[in-house]
Design a protein around this ligand. Structure first.
Ligand code: ZN
Length: 282
């Protein structure tokens, strides 16, 4: 996805950008449309009772609410969940252990298994993480699975989906003066979760966040690199890597942050124990 605006790294840019955008929109409306009802689209939105999101300032509470609506749409229409109590409890337990050790432990997290053989995982805003059954089977051990879940939590702690939503809405011209119609926000969120790869910068950031989580949660850090290298070697790259650019760069960046002396120290390397835990997958 090409970036039309760079909001992410320069916080100070946002302060002037939104007021400026507002003024530009107001001017163009004032010059262009003489009819008052058309001149103020947000008035129409408010009149129709549509909930509007201030894109420049999404609170944690709002993010969790929008994430929850996106999740509703995903699980009711777009993905089929794998409904097995044992497997779900296991993935949730790993996820909660990592989330507790993340830089954003104060929002609720929900971990779900998708009934899909493709090797993939994804996340949306507000604490919702999805792992395919195919990825569970591809991992050699719990630490490898944890490394992918930690990466997805990393996207949430860095609020990547909120930023992508903001960029998509503005680039598509659907954000109005007052913000974004909530239903449209949810539709964009569903599309982002399923179809849009992260930027190179987002992926590297999620990797670093993930590595830190793995370390703090007490898992063996070597598993992150081991799993990526395994997937790269396995013929055609799986969805998880093909939608995540520059895998070799990611491996290099991760290796530079891992001290080889304690790379293999930590939990989750027992392959037999892991296979027993996911036996229900068949
Ligand atoms: Zn990612």
């Amino acid at each position: 996805m090409s970036k039309l605006f760079s909001f992410s790294s320069h916080r100070h840019q946002r302060r002037w950008f939104y007021p400026l955008l507002s003024i530009m929109v107001m001017l163009s409306l004032w010059v262009g449309s003489p009819q008052p009802s058309q001149a103020v689209p947000w008035f129409d939105l408010l009149r129709r009772g549509v909930q509007v999101i201030q894109l420049s300032n999404v609170s944690d509470k709002q993010e969790v609410q929008i994430g929850s609506q996106i999740n509703q749409q995903l699980v009711s229409r777009q993905v089929r969940l794998y409904r097995n109590r044992e497997i779900n409890d296991y993935v949730n337990q790993i996820g909660q252990r990592l989330a507790k050790n993340s830089s954003r432990p104060d929002i609720p997290y929900t971990f779900q298994v998708v009934n899909d053989r493709g090797i993939n995982a994804f996340a949306t805003m507000g604490g919702f993480v999805y792992v395919n059954a195919g990825l569970l089977k591809a991992a050699d051990n719990e630490a490898q699975l944890a490394s992918v879940i930690a990466h997805e939590i990393g996207h949430i702690t860095s609020r990547h989906a909120v930023e992508q939503m903001r960029e998509t809405a503005i680039a598509g011209g659907v954000a109005t003066l007052a913000g974004l119609d909530r239903n449209r926000a949810v539709a964009i969120g569903v599309d982002l979760a399923l179809r849009r790869p992260g930027s190179r910068k987002d992926e590297l950031e999620a990797d670093q966040e993930g590595l830190e989580m793995i370390r703090r949660a007490g898992y063996a850090q070597s598993a992150i690199v081991a799993f990526m290298e395994k997937l790269l070697k396995g013929g055609s790259p799986p969805t998880f890597l093909s939608t995540h650019p520059a895998t070799s760069d990611r491996i290099t960046a991760l290796k530079s942050k891992i001290n080889p002396q304690n790379a293999y120290v930590g939990d989750g390397l027992d392959s037999a124990a892991y296979k027993a835990k996911i036996r229900a997958l068949g």
